[in-house]
Design a protein around this ligand. Structure first.
Ligand SMILES: [Ca+2]
Ligand SMILES: [Ca+2]
Length: 67
């Protein structure tokens, strides 16, 4: 993963556990001025989530950005 991805990931990963949760996605969209519901965020996480743990890790995030 490039440094750009890592920086973006760290910005979204508010609690720094190395995974992006639906709650963190909701917060991000609020910051971006495009609020989404928790349900919508969970759907988004599920689309990116390859290993089915309900969270987006760095690999899954990079795969999404590289498309
Ligand atoms: Ca997190
Ligand atoms: Ca995952």
């Amino acid at each position: 993963m490039s440094d750009d991805y890592a920086t973006t990931f760290d910005l979204i990963d508010a609690d720094k556990d190395g995974r992006i949760s639906a709650v963190e996605l909701v917060r991000l969209m609020e910051v971006l001025g495009q609020p989404v519901t928790l349900d919508a965020a969970q759907e988004g996480v599920q689309k990116l989530d390859k290993d089915g743990d309900g969270l987006i890790d760095r690999e899954e995030f990079a795969a999404f950005l590289q498309k």
